[in-house]
Design a binder for this molecule. Structure first.
Ligand code: GLN
Length: 534
């Protein structure tokens, strides 16, 4: 283990969805604000190699990194909080660990040995945990262990971190995030589930150093003392995590509770008294005190589960705060949009966003939504599949190309205005095979995109198999839809616009992945601005 890096492991107990990702990101933010370099990693206990093949209903949004890793949505929070990119090394699943061990076994790397969970799987986990630390770039690596303590699936991870603590005692810290439920009938906060959860951890040989306690009501001294005493932690290491109005409050709440100070004390690191959170606080002030509001429709097929579009909703929060404007999202299920219902659903909106996606369901609704935005001069942003729908709509209704479609949905389309990318044609596996990660894009002037970026060369992240069919480009441009962003290497159309429209932009890439608190994304800023002006 590299001597310079400190490792902080965050486990969860009692219940899932307590917000380990937000606590990890908040602690990282506070350490960063004290001048430390920090990164966050997530270990996910499922057998998929990555979440790229998971339906958003299963696991929420799939977040894509600069280096093209398809990852857990928590990595989005890490980037949004810290304003530094993550990478493949920041998200590791059980599937990836097993894949690596099994491929080593086939190569004969363990020749003569029985390959077992302990030590082979746990060693592999330990190696993956240390990849980031060994780079020498970070003072702290915060590793979030997915799942809840006690789950069969996460046992090898817990065993691996137990060993790391045993081997590198002074470099490793354990934080356990737990729940203190409130019983309304007896008006009491209950510590027993936390005691049990810590007991389970102790059975595995892990003694948490710090307990972060999620609660709906403040923890008084008595409760804190009780938790400290029964769970073998110091009183100052019992940290209250009260329900917050927004996730962006959590770093400040953790600061009030001195989580960062307690962590640094445990790890014998200097406090570095300067805590620079000015920009964060300014953002929060604008976010909470908007001077105007707009309503933007988000047309997608997973609108019942808002986590499916996590980065998009957060990007609106960042851009909204920068414009001192509250963006209210109206969630519109694309399957339900019919010629009869569309007027009712979309009228009065200040902007319409058609979301990314895959497959047939809801696509005709998305195309109808584009048409409505185009014909009624409502600011429009289409992302990935949303951009492709804008192209199909224009082809059908303006170019009068009957049967225009994407070959993703209609292989035999007479007018395949969205076609499969050339280098995708021989690929048969679905996992990790799309065009993924950051690619350059040349922006033409004048354009909405240039106005937004104020730059002619940008880089954005991708996740797609299909593209604008350049055979139709001349015809589109002649009829008023322009390609204003082009990949300089292969001419792939990255941005389309209708210059005659007040603000109509379709992007093949995903701007939402790069929006952060400190750097709201130019495309979202442009879109929100257009919505305000509408
Ligand atoms: N399904 C489309 C493609 O693969 C769009 C993907 C997306 O929206 N992320 O090209």
């Amino acid at each position: 283990m590299s001597k310079s890096a400190k490792y902080i492991f965050v486990t969860g107990g009692v219940a899932s969805s307590l917000g380990k990702g937000i606590i990890s990101a908040s602690l990282a933010k506070l350490l960063q604000a004290r001048g430390y370099s920090v990164t966050i990693q997530k270990l996910d206990p499922y057998l998929n190699i990555d979440p790229g093949t998971l339906n958003p209903y299963e696991h929420g949004e799939c977040y894509v990194t600069e280096d093209g890793a398809e990852t857990d949505l928590d990595l989005g929070h890490y980037e949004r909080f810290l304003n530094i990119p993550t990478s493949q090394a920041n998200n590791v699943t059980t599937g990836r660990i097993y894949q690596s061990v099994i491929s080593k076994e086939r190569k004969g790397e363990y020749l003569g040995k029985t390959v077992q969970v302990i030590p082979h799987i746990t060693n592999e986990i330990k190696e993956h945990i240390q990849i980031l630390g060994n780079k020498g770039d970070y003072d702290f690596i915060i590793t979030e262990i997915g799942g809840t303590v006690g789950d069969i699936e996460s046992l090898p991870f817990i065993e691996a971190i137990r060993q790391l603590k045993w081997e590198h005692h002074e470099q490793v810290l354990f934080i356990h995030l737990t729940l203190i439920p409130y019983l309304a009938a007896s008006e009491e906060l209950k510590t027993k589930p936390t005691q049990h959860s810590v007991k389970t951890l102790l059975e595995y040989g892990v003694q948490p150093d710090i307990l972060v306690c999620r609660t709906e009501h403040h923890l008084n001294k008595e409760i804190r003392t009780k938790v400290a005493r029964f769970c073998n932690v110091e009183l100052e290491s019992v940290i209250e995590s009260i329900d917050a109005e927004t996730i962006y409050d959590v770093p400040l709440l953790m600061q009030e509770e001195k989580l960062d100070e307690v962590v640094l004390k445990h790890l014998n690191m200097p406090l570095n008294s300067l805590v620079d959170l000015d920009k964060w606080k300014e953002f929060l002030h604008h976010h909470k005190n908007p001077i105007q509001e707009v309503e933007i429709g988000l047309v997608g097929k997973y609108v019942e589960l808002k986590d499916s579009y996590k980065s998009i909703t957060e990007a609106f929060i960042h851009a909204g705060a920068a414009k001192e404007c509250k963006v209210n999202l109206k969630w519109i299920a694309s399957d339900d949009l019919t010629s009869e219902s569309i007027e009712e659903e979309l009228k009065g909106l200040s902007g319409i966003l058609v979301a990314p996606g895959f497959g047939t369901r809801g696509i005709e609704g998305k195309i109808k939504a584009v048409k409505f935005a185009r014909e009624n001069n409502i600011p429009f942003l289409g992302i990935c599949l949303g951009m492709q729908c804008a192209v199909i709509e224009y082809a059908r209704n303006v170019l009068k190309l009957e049967d225009a479609h994407t070959v993703e949905i209609k292989k035999s389309a007479i007018n395949p205005v969205i076609a499969m990318m050339e280098n995708q044609k021989d690929i048969s596996d679905l996992g990790g095979t799309m065009r993924l990660g950051a690619y350059a894009c040349q922006i033409k002037e004048p354009s909405f995109a240039y106005n937004a970026y104020q730059n002619t060369l940008i880089s954005e992240r991708h996740r797609h198999r299909f593209e604008f069919n350049n055979n139709y480009l001349k015809e589109f441009e002649a009829k008023g839809m322009k390609a204003t962003g082009i990949n300089p290497e292969n001419n792939l159309v990255e941005i389309i616009e209708i210059p005659k429209h007040p603000w109509f932009v379709g992007v093949q890439f995903h701007p939402e992945y790069k929006s952060t608190v400190i750097n709201p994304h130019p495309i979202f800023l442009g879109f929100v601005n257009a919505a305000i002006n509408h």
